[in-house]
Ligand binder design. Sequence first.
Ligand code: F0G
Length: 431
Amino acid sequence: MSDPSQRCTASGHEIPELDPRTRCPQCGGLLEIRHAPPGVSGAALRRLFDERGGGGGTGPHASGVWRFREIVLPTAADAILTYPEGNTPLLARRAVAEWVGAPGLLLKHEGHNPTGSFKDRGMTVGVTQARRVGATAVACASTGNTGAALAAYAALAGLPALVIVPKGQVALGKLAQALAYGARTLVVAGNFDRCLELADQASVELGVYLLNSINPFRLEGQKTIVLEALQQLGWEPPDWIVVPAGNLGNTAAFGKALTEAREWGLVARLPRIAAVQAAGAAPFALSFREGFARRHRVEPRTLATAINVGNPASYDRAVRAIRETDGVVIAVPDDEILEAKAVVDAAGVGCEPASAASVAGARQLIRAGTVRPGDRIVAVLTGHLLKDPAAVTHYHQEIEPPPPRANRPVEIEPRLSDIAKQLTAARLPAS
Ligand code: F0G
């Protein structure tokens, strides 16, 4: 097997695998990892991945990312830096499926990763690559989760880390993680898009290794969300994969994972990707409606802060993912995102607001007739409930009038009779 290379998705220019630049040196375009075909049949690859199991043990194959190393980063060898991560559950929950209107709905819960979001999958590969190229510091801009993951993996690697975040727009759990894991956390009066411009500039001018999803090695790790879901389904693809979309790294990674999986015989057909944006931050959905005639930028505004992105960096790569999988892009309003989140939370699953966009999106697609109720759907929950505790208390305690699913805390006198009264109320079926 020959080494992978990095190829510009705009100009086709290639640079070696160990070149630390994260954009094309000729045109500034985004790079993509080009793998040599694995050289074995799809059946042999499936067997190899299946023999490694679904987690447990020690060493790289205990990771739900490095279990697929031959099609992620085959040359990483001893440089691999893993928590381990991945091995997240694929859940069937009737209450959520009923709300969506699709009995076969499954939830791929990426909140079960070590730092509570899917970003760990990209970061294990990104920080491994940082070590391989001899980086002396790493950096990212973030709406919170990338920063949390970067901070944790930089600590594992012993590398100094800069996390650049938009002031007042990062959920508490995520900010707490970046600080706790020891990243130098830089708060900028501006939105995520401005933070990303700065991080991009810092990587060129100051030589820090950029670990946003612009970095193509991050996407190689994020491909494994799809690979692992396919493996959990016995390599029988679902009809749809629904994913929240912000900076579009995941949408791009999913498209690449799927087209490679078909090319190399892992699966015979492709699921369709449905990328779901928040209505207040939906430039990609706008472009989709125009047949991708042009790229849009918006001033983003959504309660789902993780996807509060107005100028998504991986736009071109994501357009290809949607085209190649006959996918769709939609937008859902914040109140539907919050309702979907309340449903997911009350099912005992829980997720952060941006994650619930996939569930709200699945319902919208069923209602529109784009997705049929009998279709097999995997909706990705990208982050853990505890990432954004303020979103929970806002919904349950602060919104006036209370939304139908609000679960207000009840103040009682310190008496058994008050508890007895509440026990009776708790036993009543929800209206
Ligand atoms: N869901 C969550 C929980 C996220 O944190 C993000 C992105 C997305 C969905 C969207 O994924 O950007 O690949 O389209 N968070 C980034 C961050 C922007 O900085 O943590 P995407």
